[in-house]
Design a binder for this molecule. Structure first.
Ligand code: SF4
Length: 210
């Protein structure tokens, strides 16, 4: 395995990285976090589904708040819910389900996050997992996700980029875009004025000592 327990990074950082490298660095290198309306709604939704526990029916078991880890990807996290479907041979096939506050996004980060959960479960349980699902609160629909080769490769390369970014310890400069309007770090990042600053700390220092 390429990583050890000491190297593990949060699984949620994958979606931060795909949303914006700078946001990912601010959170996971500079340890900055600010809650806004979007993150608060997401947190409350996750708290509702995040309780650990389980339910069982004849051919279906539901496990909530399932701890996840992959030494192959170097990530650690938790699945909102994993369904276990009984197979004809009597075994149980995991099917991860992730709850999202909004609606499906143009970017691939929700699918990558779900695929990372599947890769963790594959490694932990020594099984092959082919599908999972994303449930979007805004449209109240559950969309199936296929863990095909492309998505697996994107997930693996995103995890590797995440480790490189954190190991490098350098926050990329801001690039203002439409996504910034929904970013919880907009007021700290200041993308319209902070472009080119290496870190938020450097920006704050420059404000104190103009
Ligand atoms: S405000 Fe924009 S550039 Fe800054 S972290 Fe957020 S998304 Fe990235």
């Amino acid at each position: 395995m390429p990583y050890t327990e000491d190297d593990l990074l949060p699984l949620s950082a994958l979606q931060h990285l795909l949303f914006c490298e700078r946001q990912c660095a601010l959170i996971h290198i500079e340890q900055v976090w600010v809650e806004n309306l979007f993150t608060a709604q997401g947190r409350i939704l996750h708290e509702r589904v995040d309780n650990t526990g389980h339910e069982s029916r004849r051919d279906l078991r539901l496990e909530f708040g399932v701890p996840l880890r992959s030494l192959e990807l170097g990530i650690i996290g938790k699945a909102d819910m994993v369904e276990f479907h009984r197979q004809p041979d009597g075994g149980w096939l995991p099917f991860p389900v992730e709850y999202k506050r909004g609606k499906p996004k143009k970017g691939n980060w929700d699918r990558v996050q779900l695929c990372a959960q599947a890769l963790c479960l594959e490694e932990m349980l020594t099984v092959d997992i082919f599908h999972g699902a994303l449930f979007y609160g805004k449209i109240r629909r559950r969309l199936d996700v296929v863990f095909d080769r492309n998505l697996r490769e994107e997930t693996t390369s995103t995890a590797s980029r995440l480790h490189n970014l954190v190991a490098g310890g350098i926050t990329p400069p801001a690039v203002y875009g439409k996504k910034c309007d929904a970013c919880s770090l907009l007021e700290i990042c200041l993308p319209k004025v902070a472009t080119g600053k290496k870190t938020v700390a450097a920006y704050l220092r420059s404000m104190q000592n103009p």
